[in-house]
Ligand binder design. Structure first.
Ligand code: NAD
Ligand code: DAU
Length: 328
């Protein structure tokens, strides 16, 4: 099929484009605004057409969607810490952007998958969220993602749009921008920089290897029932401090690098997803956390060409603002 992938130059989107173009033989068009997180390098080895533009720009969307059979929307601002200090772009992209895409899809009666997050459910002390759990977001990031989910649901209900929502848990793997926990800790550990753990580090995340999320989204695109949401959770949960300790072991760095820093405001304590509904549809996560983390550390260790321009550029200013200290 000819597939429009919005936000396909980012971490998960580019892995998904690779999967669809190589394993499924799809003709892929990528529409991406190329924010700090979007990089053409992420797609250098994959055949695709590229349209540079924003999902909130109706002209760019019209150019990109021409001749497509389906649309998958990854385009988003994705870092919770940035949503706390500068929420504007989150509102524009998630609300206005999703609206513009939905209108274009509605006019053509195309199939649509909205990529969403477990964060729309908020934090859970014990047990796991199912697709019928109430939406209870905590940050400007998750609140605007939840808003986009509700808009999609409204278009399904009112216009009969053939749309599904995929709610993923914390992804990790190659090409993740080093503002997120795992790549930040791996690169800091490799450089001997301090490892900034928020609060007590006992917050728990449900880790999902990026290729497993891509396979889940593809599965929903092909087999999902229109109007339904599907959770896509990882096979393992792990407290942050343990993730950092494993990275120290894998990189051979010193535990003395760990530094407990001021906690994130409104920090969600635990995420956990039940993926039974997608499992019934035939999907299963294939990569356990121990194996995926080792692969990820190996990738960052060997792909300096990818992270060097980030780590020596505007990221340094972001890091200094966020952590109150310079990178080494
Ligand atoms: P990312 O930040 O690596 O990439 C986002 C991409 O979207 C970038 O290429 C960026 O340039 C593009 N983009 C941003 N705003 C845009 C706009 N207005 N128009 C067009 N393109 C725009 O993000 P990611 O981690 O790959 O996340 C992709 C999607 O998956 C997001 O919707 C996110 O909410 C969701 N998600 C992420 C995770 C995770 O752990 N990273 C987990 C579950 C769900
Ligand atoms: O759960 C899915 C979500 O996972 C996605 O929707 C988001 O786009 C993605 O960014 C991610 O959100 P988190 O806030 O969970 O991820 P992050 O990597 O920012 O942080 C993971 C945990 O690690 C969280 O408890 C905060 C903590 N942390 C993070 C950073 C960057 C630290 O302790 N220190 C850090 O320096």
């Amino acid at each position: 099929m000819r597939l429009l992938v919005c936000g396909g130059a980012g971490f998960i989107g580019s892995n998904f484009v690779r999967l669809r173009a190589r394993d499924h033989g799809d003709e892929v068009v990528v529409l991406d605004k190329l924010t700090y997180a979007g990089r053409r390098e992420n797609l250098a080895d994959v055949e695709h057409e590229f349209v540079h533009g924003a999902i909130e720009d109706p002209d760019a969307v019209e150019r990109a969607i021409e001749g497509c059979d389906a649309v998958v929307n990854f385009a988003a601002e994705t870092h919770v810490d940035r949503s706390i200090t500068e929420p504007d772009a989150f509102i524009r992209t998630h609300a206005q952007g999703t609206f513009v895409l939905l209108e274009a899809v509605r006019r053509r009666a195309l199939r649509f998958v909205q990529v969403s997050t477990d964060e729309v459910y908020g934090s859970i002390e014990s047990g796991s969220f199912t697709e019928t759990s109430p939406l209870n977001p905590s940050s400007p990031y998750s609140a605007t993602k939840a808003g986009a989910d509700l808009l999609v649901a409204g278009y399904v209900h009112t216009y009969g749009l053939e749309a599904c929502i995929c709610r993923g848990s914390n992804n990790y793997g190659p090409r993740q921008y080093p503002e997120k926990l795992i790549p930040l800790m791996v690169l800091n550990a490799l450089h001997g920089d301090p490892l900034p753990v928020y609060g007590d580090g006992m917050q728990v995340r449900n880790w999902l290897y990026v290729e497993d999320f891509g396979r889940g989204i593809g599965h929903v695109l092909e087999h999902g029932r229109p109007g339904e949401a599907y959770n896509v959770g990882g096979p393992d949960e792990c407290p942050n401090i343990e993730v950092v300790q494993r990275i120290i072991e894998l990189t051979g760095s010193s535990p003395d690098l760990i530094e407990h820093v001021t906690d994130r405001p409104g920090h969600d304590r635990r995420y956990s997803l039940s993926s039974d509904k997608l499992r019934e549809l035939g999907w299963e996560a294939q990569v356990r956390f121990a194996e995926g983390l080792e692969r990820t550390v190996d990738w960052y260790r060997s792909q300096q060409w990818w992270w060097e321009p980030i780590r020596s550029g505007a990221y340094r200013e972001y890091y200094e603002r966020q952590y109150g200290r310079a990178l080494g």
